[in-house]
Write a protein that binds this ligand. Structure first.
Ligand code: ATP
Ligand code: MG
Ligand code: MG
Ligand code: MG
Length: 470
C-alpha cells in the first residue's frame, strides 16, 4: 500500500523527482574517501563535495533515500534501540538537496507540501522548530504554513544549528515534529520532557547559508544550499497510525519471522528482544553487504558489537544454535527490491552471521553465568568492577557495551575507567612479552586463533594477560 515503507519511499522520491530533482541511489554505508567518518549517518554525506564546491553537480537538485547507520561513532543510537519508539541503528533517511539552487522559502514550501498534501498529515498534529536567531524561517513558516506562533518553537541550542565541521558550510535548522498525543509521555521540543516519545521529530531541514572560517567568523555563502533529512520509518509509523517504529509493516513482518524461527510468540516479556534483533539484523546485513566483516577494531568491531548484542537477545529467546542467519530471507523479502545488494550478498550475510553466532555461543553462556555470579551481591546503583568487565571481554568475547546492556535493566553500571586500565595493563604486558620476536603479526595471529577456536576458559589473570594481545 502507499503507506507501507516501500510506498512512503516512492511517494517521497516521486514528489521531488517531479519537482526537478534527480533521484540518486543510496551510497554504500562505508563512506567513500572519508576516513573521518565511521559510517554514512545522514543523507547529505555522499554530497559533501557538492556543498563545499569541491565538485560541480550535474543537477542542482537531488533527492535520495540513503542507508544510514548510527552506531559506534559521534551519532550513536545503539543504546536507544529497544528503549525509545523512534531509534534504529540502521534506518533510511529521505532527503531533498539544493546545491546553490533554491533556498529557505522553497525548502519550507516543499516540506509543507509533502507533509500535508502528499502524506496528508493533519496540521494540528504538527509543530516546527526554528533556530532562535532565524527570524526569516519563523516568518516563512507563518506565511507558507499558516502556523500560529505557538507552533513555531524557537530553539537556541546546537540542535538547531548545523555545521559540517569546524570550518565550511553551516547554518540554522528547522525541524518538523509530529505529536503522537497525550497518551504518550513527552513534551514539545525545547521543554524539559522533550526526550520523551510524544513529539517525534520526522524531518530536519538544514539551511546552509554561512561559510565558517577557522577563527569562528562566518560570512554569507554566495549561493546558499539546502540539505534535508526525513526518517522513513518514522514517517511510515505516523501514516500507519502507530506510535512505535517497530510496529510498522516492515518490522511487524520481521518480528513475525522471528516468532517462527525462534519459536516464541511475542509478549510483554520478549518484545524488547524481538525488536532489538529486528533492528540489529538490518544493520548487520546491510553492513556485511557493503563489505564490512566482523573484526576486533574499527568498523568491523562495531559490526561485531551489533551482532553480539542481537545474539545475546537470541539467547534470551532460548536459542542455543546459530539462528539469526535464518532471518535473512525475510529481510530480503522486505527490502530486497529497493536494495538489490542484499540479495547479491545473501550468501555472505548468512555465512557471516552463522559463523559469528556459532563462535560467540561457545562462550556466551559461560560469560553470562560469570556475570550473574559477579552481580549476585550487587544491586541498583552499584558498579561492576572493571576487571570483571575486562575478563568478560577478553576471555568470553563480551564487548564492554554488551556487558553494560545486560546490566542496564538491573541498574548496575560498569567501571569503565577500571576496564580501560585492565586493557592498558594487558597491552603493556603483552607488548613486553612479544618484544624481540620481531613479529608484529603476532597479535593478529592470536586473534585469528581465538576467533577460529573461541576464547579459552578463564585461566587466571596471569595466564590470560600473557597471551592476550590487542
Ligand atoms: P532525534 O533527535 O530523534 O534523535 P536527530 O535530530 O538525531 O533525531 P537528525 O540528525 O536530524 O536526527 O536526522 C534527520 C532525520 O532522520 C530525523 O528527523 C529523523 O526523522 C531521522 N532519524 C535520525 N536518527 C534516527 C534513528 N536513529 N532511527 C530512525 N530515524 C532516525
Ligand atoms: Mg539523534
Ligand atoms: Mg533531534
Ligand atoms: Mg534533527
Amino acid at each position: 500500500s502507499s503507506n507501507s515503507v516501500n510506498g512512503v519511499r516512492s511517494q517521497f522520491l516521486e514528489y521531488f523527482n517531479s519537482n526537478g530533482h534527480a533521484v540518486i541511489p543510496s551510497a554504500p554505508l562505508v563512506p567513500q574517501g572519508d576516513a573521518t567518518l565511521l559510517f554514512v549517518n545522514a543523507g547529505m554525506v555522499p554530497f559533501k563535495n557538492l556543498f563545499t564546491g569541491a565538485e560541480t553537480p550535474s543537477n542542482l537538485r537531488a533527492t535520495s533515500s540513503q542507508k544510514c547507520v548510527r552506531a559506534g561513532g559521534k551519532h550513536n543510537d545503539l543504546d536507544n534501540v529497544g528503549y525509545t519508539a523512534r531509534h534504529h541503528t540502521f534506518f533510511e533517511m529521505l532527503g531533498n538537496f539544493s546545491f546553490g539552487d533554491y533556498f529557505k522559502a522553497q525548502a519550507i514550501e516543499h516540506a509543507w507540501n509533502v507533509v500535508t498534501k502528499v502524506f496528508g498529515l493533519p496540521v494540528e498534529k504538527l509543530v516546527v522548530t526554528v533556530y532562535s536567531e532565524d527570524e526569516e524561517a519563523a516568518a516563512l513558516w507563518k506565511k507558507i504554513a499558516g502556523l500560529p506562533d505557538s507552533k513555531i518553537i524557537r530553539i537556541s541550542t546546537s540542535d538547531n544549528f548545523w555545521s559540517m565541521g569546524d570550518t565550511g558550510p553551516c547554518g540554522p535548522c528547522s525541524e518538523i515534529f509530529y505529536d503522537h498525543g497525550p497518551d504518550v509521555w513527552g513534551g514539545p521540543p525545547g521543554s524539559p520532557e522533550e526526550d520523551g516519545d510524544r513529539f517525534i521529530e520526522i524531518w530536519n531541514l538544514v539551511f546552509m547559508q554561512f561559510d565558517q572560517s577557522s577563527d569562528g567568523s562566518r560570512v554569507n555563502l554566495p549561493k546558499p544550499s539546502i540539505d534535508t533529512g526525513m526518517g522513513l520509518e518514522r514517517m511510515a509509523a505516523v501514516l500507519q497510525g502507530v506510535h512505535n517504529n517497530y510496529e510498522i509493516d516492515l518490522f511487524q513482518n520481521l518480528i513475525a519471522a522471528e516468532e517462527d524461527i525462534y519459536k516464541q510468540k511475542s509478549n510483554a516479556e520478549n518484545i524488547g528482544s524481538l525488536r532489538v534483533i529486528s533492528d540489529h539484523l538490518r544493520s548487520s546485513a546491510f553492513l556485511i553487504a557493503d563489505g564490512v566483516t566482523p573484526s576486533n577494531e574499527g568498523r568491523g568491531y562495531v559490526l561485531r558489537r551489533i551482532m553480539r548484542r542481537a545474539m545475546r537477545h537470541g539467547h534470551l529467546l532460548g536459542s542455543d544454535q546459530p539462528t539469526m542467519h535464518k532471518l535473512v530471507p525475510a529481510l530480503i523479502g522486505e527490502m530486497g527490491a529497493a536494495y538489490p545488494e542484499l540479495a547479491r550478498a545473501q550468501a555472505a550475510i548468512i555465512n557471516t552471521l552463522e559463523q559469528e553466532e556459532g563462535r560467540f555461543q561457545r562462550t556466551l553462556g559461560r560469560g553470562l553465568a560469570l556475570l550473574e555470579d559477579a552481580t549476585s551481591s550487587l544491586s541498583k546503583g552499584d558498579v561492576l568492577p572493571g576487571e570483571t568487565a575486562f575478563k568478560l571481554y577478553d576471555t568470553f568475547g563480551f564487548p564492554v557495551d554488551l556487558t553494560q546492556d545486560v546490566l542496564r535493566s538491573k541498574g548496575i553500571e560498569v567501571d569503565e575507567a577500571g576496564f580501560a586500565a585492565s586493557m592498558k595493563e594487558q597491552r603493556e604486558n603483552s607488548q613486553a612479552s612479544w618484544q624481540g620476536t620481531g613479529d608484529s603479526g603476532a597479535s593478529k595471529i592470536w586473534f585469528q586463533v581465538r576467533d577460529a577456536h573461541g576464547a579459552t576458559e578463564f585461566l587466571g589473570y596471569s595466564d590470560e594477560t600473557s597471551e592476550g594481545v590487542l
